[in-house]
Design a binder for this molecule. Structure first.
Ligand code: NCD
Length: 306
C-alpha cells in the first residue's frame, strides 16, 4: 500500500485480514506496555483542514507510539498558507519534502487523491469532505471482528445521515468483501446513501434501504452503526432542523436488540444515542474509538514499510 486514499486500495480480503491482525498485535503489545521503535527516524505530518479530535490525535499517538515524530497543522484552513491562498497542491509539494508521510483531512471530495498526485511521500486520507474515511472503516471492521469474533455472516444496519457521512461510505464498500454480510440502510429518503454507491453494492451484496428504524429492528441486526447528521454539510440551519432528532438510540430501542448485537458510532455523537445507553455492554463506540489507535498504528506501519 503506497497511499491510503480510498478503501478501494484495501479491497482484498488478505490485506484486510493482515491489517486487522496487525492492529490486534499492537493492541496486545500496548496492553503489555511494550513499546515499539519501528518508525524511529520517521516524521509524520498531520494536515487537518477540518475539525477532528479522534482521527488526528489517534494518528499522532499511533506515530509517537511507533517511535516516529510528528509535525502538525490543525485548523490548516486558518493557520496554514491556505489562508493566504496557497493551493493544496503547492502545500503538499512542500510539506512532503519535510516528512515521510502525510495524514490529511480536507473538506473537498477528491482532495486526498489530488494530494497523492503531487506528493513525494505516502498520503493517508483522514476524510475528504463527503467522500471517504478509509482509516475509520478499517478500525470499524477491526471493532466488528473484535466484538463478534468474525465479520462474515453479519447483518449491519447503518442509520442516520448516509448521504453526507463519509465513514458509512467507506465501510459499506468494504463489507461485501466478507462472506454473507447483509446491509440495511436507514435514513430519510433525502439523506440516503449516494446512488452510485448503492448501484455498485447491490450486485455484490443483499442490501435494503428503509426509512424506519423500528422496521429495521425487526431484522435483529448484529451491528447497529449509528451516525450523526453532518450539520456542516447542510445548506442552512432550517434544512438541518428538518431531520434533527429523527433517530435516537434509547434503552427502549436497545431492549429490542439481541444480546450479541453491538452499537457502533464513529463519534462525535450529538444526540443520536442517549447517554444512558453508554452503560449497556453492547455499546461498543468507546472501545471502537480506542481501536482507532491500534488500527492507525497498523496503517502507518504498512504504508511506511512499502
Ligand atoms: C467522523 C468524520 O470525521 O467523518 N469522525 C471521525 O473521524 N470519527 C464522523 C463524523 O464526523 O460524524
Amino acid at each position: 500500500m503506497k497511499h491510503l486514499i480510498s478503501v478501494d486500495q484495501v479491497s482484498d480480503r488478505s490485506m484486510l485480514d493482515e491489517l486487522i491482525s496487525r492492529a490486534e498485535r499492537y493492541r496486545k503489545l500496548m496492553s503489555r506496555g511494550v513499546h515499539s521503535d519501528y518508525l524511529a527516524n520517521y516524521i509524520i505530518a498531520t494536515l487537518f483542514y477540518e475539525p477532528s479530535t479522534r482521527t488526528r490525535l489517534s494518528f499522532e499517538s499511533a506515530a509517537l507510539r511507533l517511535g516516529a515524530q510528528v509535525i502538525s497543522t490543525e485548523s490548516a484552513s486558518q493557520f496554514s498558507s491556505a489562508a493566504k491562498g496557497e493551493t493544496l497542491e503547492d502545500s503538499i509539494r512542500v510539506v512532503s519534502s519535510y516528512c515521510d508521510a502525510i495524514v490529511i483531512r480536507h473538506p473537498e471530495v477528491g482532495s486526498a487523491k489530488r494530494a497523492s498526485e503531487v506528493s513525494s511521500v505516502p498520503i493517508i486520507n483522514a476524510g475528504d469532505g463527503q467522500g471517504e474515511h478509509p482509516s475509520q472503516a478499517l478500525l470499524d471492521l477491526y471493532t466488528i471482528q473484535q466484538e463478534r469474533g468474525k465479520i462474515d455472516g453479519c447483518l449491519v444496519t447503518m442509520v442516520g445521515d448516509l448521504l453526507n457521512g463519509r465513514t458509512v461510505h467507506s465501510l459499506a464498500k468494504l463489507l461485501p468483501i466478507f462472506n454473507d454480510v447483509r446491509l440495511t440502510f436507514v435514513s430519510p429518503r433525502e439523506l440516503a446513501m449516494p446512488r452510485d454507491l448503492i448501484a455498485n453494492l447491490s450486485p455484490q451484496i443483499a442490501c435494503r434501504e428503509i426509512e424506519s428504524l423500528q422496521v429495521a429492528l425487526e431484522e435483529k441486526m448484529d451491528i447497529l452503526y449509528v451516525t450523526r447528521l453532518q450539520r456542516e454539510r447542510f445548506a442552512s440551519p432550517q434544512d438541518y432542523a428538518r431531520y434533527e432528532n429523527l433517530y435516537t438510540i434509547t434503552p427502549q430501542i436497545m431492549s429490542q436488540m439481541k444480546d450479541s448485537a453491538r452499537v457502533l458510532h464513529p463519534l462525535p455523537r450529538i444526540n443520536e444515542i442517549d447517554s444512558v445507553v453508554d452503560n449497556d455492554p453492547r455499546a461498543a463506540y468507546f472501545r471502537q474509538a480506542e481501536n482507532g489507535l491500534y488500527m492507525r498504528m497498523a496503517i502507518l506501519d504498512s504504508v511506511l514499510s512499502h
